[in-house]
Design a protein around this ligand. Structure first.
Ligand code: SF4
Length: 335
């Protein structure tokens, strides 16, 4: 039994209630009431027992641009980050899927921690609920770009997606949910098969040596396999390119990226690097970023240049955790 309401869709709740002896009709009705109540769609009082409904403690920090970063303390004392990004036409919640991460990308604070543990689906959905309650409304967009590699925790991430998309509950359309990955090829195919969410692929480099120096995962999944996986996507894939001065911001890099994108249904997100664990790695000057963008656009590649938010929409996953830890002390390890 999943003990927290944040881990349930209407159907999983109804099935649990039938298993505990309730009649199917009554079970379904009660399940509908519970998920819509938890999502803030009913104002009347309701006793949710035997389910838990309390959300983890969350400390918000508000940036000048309105971005809200929540340090969310889970039951075991581990802290993950959740970011609410306000843009003129949209509200987006950036969710964490793991405490720490095993993938070790060199520019990422989360990667430095190693994997502490996977989050359960309810802990992922609870992050969204925290942001929704903070706002008093349900944001329509969700990105899995916080701490962790979501495809390393695919079952719980898929379960969380089904809860977020539950029409009687939070009702976030799957097409407005984006899951980022560093390119775990077999899991990308599984994600295509089992959901209708969007995929954002962290690419960052195309020559084998640079890619390997940034992303250890490149040893396991070579570029040709990753490109084939992008080509198999039933939907447009977002290619994430974190711009790092002197590493992947040259004209030749832009040409290579345009060649990679040729013939694929992709859009490119350029994200100037947020300061990370290695002080030698920094963002290029803005002018250089714009030149890189123009070169791609001139080659017919749809490209956005994103200036970093707390967790950039389309930014590299995990990049903000260093800042969170600096603000909140060393808080990411469980008690
Ligand atoms: S960038 Fe993402 S996949 Fe890479 S170490 Fe950080 S959290 Fe993990």
């Amino acid at each position: 039994m999943i003990h927290h309401l944040a881990g349930h869709t209407r159907d999983t709740l109804a099935a649990e209630r039938v298993r505990s002896g309730k009649k199917p009709g009554a079970a379904k009705e009660r399940a509908h009431a519970l998920v819509s109540w938890f999502a803030g769609r009913r104002s009347e009082a309701l006793d949710p027992s035997p389910y838990e409904t309390a959300l983890p403690e969350a400390v918000p920090a508000i940036d000048a641009d309105g971005t809200v970063r929540f340090a969310v303390r889970l039951d075991d004392g581990a802290v993950v980050e959740t970011v609410l990004i306000r843009q003129p036409s949209r509200l987006t919640v950036c969710l964490s899927s793991q405490v720490g991460c095993a993938r070790g990308c060199v520019f990422c604070e989360t990667g430095r921690l190693g994997l502490v543990r996977n989050l359960e689906a309810w802990e992922i959905v609870a992050q969204y609920a925290i942001a929704a309650r903070h706002l008093g409304l349900r944001p329509r967009n969700v990105v899995f770009m916080g701490m962790g590699e979501p495809l390393d925790n695919l079952e719980e991430v898929l379960r969380a997606i089904s809860v977020l998309a539950e029409p009687a509950g939070f009702a976030v359309p799957e097409r407005r949910i984006t899951v980022s990955t560093v390119g775990i090829v077999p899991k990308m195919d599984e994600l295509y098969r089992r959901s209708r969410v969007n995929v954002a692929l962290s690419l960052h480099a195309l020559d084998a040596r640079t890619r390997l120096s940034l992303l250890p995962v490149a040893r396991r999944y070579p570029l040709e396999d990753v490109r084939d996986a992008v080509a198999r996507s039933p939907r447009t894939v977002l290619l994430q390119w974190t711009l790092i001065e002197g590493t992947n911001d040259s004209d030749a890099d832009a040409e290579a990226l345009a060649a990679f994108a040729g013939g694929l249904d992709v859009r490119v997100n350029l994200i100037p690097l947020n300061p990370g664990p290695d002080p030698a790695l920094r963002a290029p000057p803005l002018e250089r970023c714009r030149t890189f963008q123009k070169r791609l656009a001139d080659r017919g590649v749809r490209t956005m240049l994103r200036l970093p938010h707390g967790c950039s929409v389309g930014g590299a996953c995990g990049q903000l955790s260093g800042r969170l830890r600096t603000d909140a002390g060393e808080v990411t390890a469980p008690r």
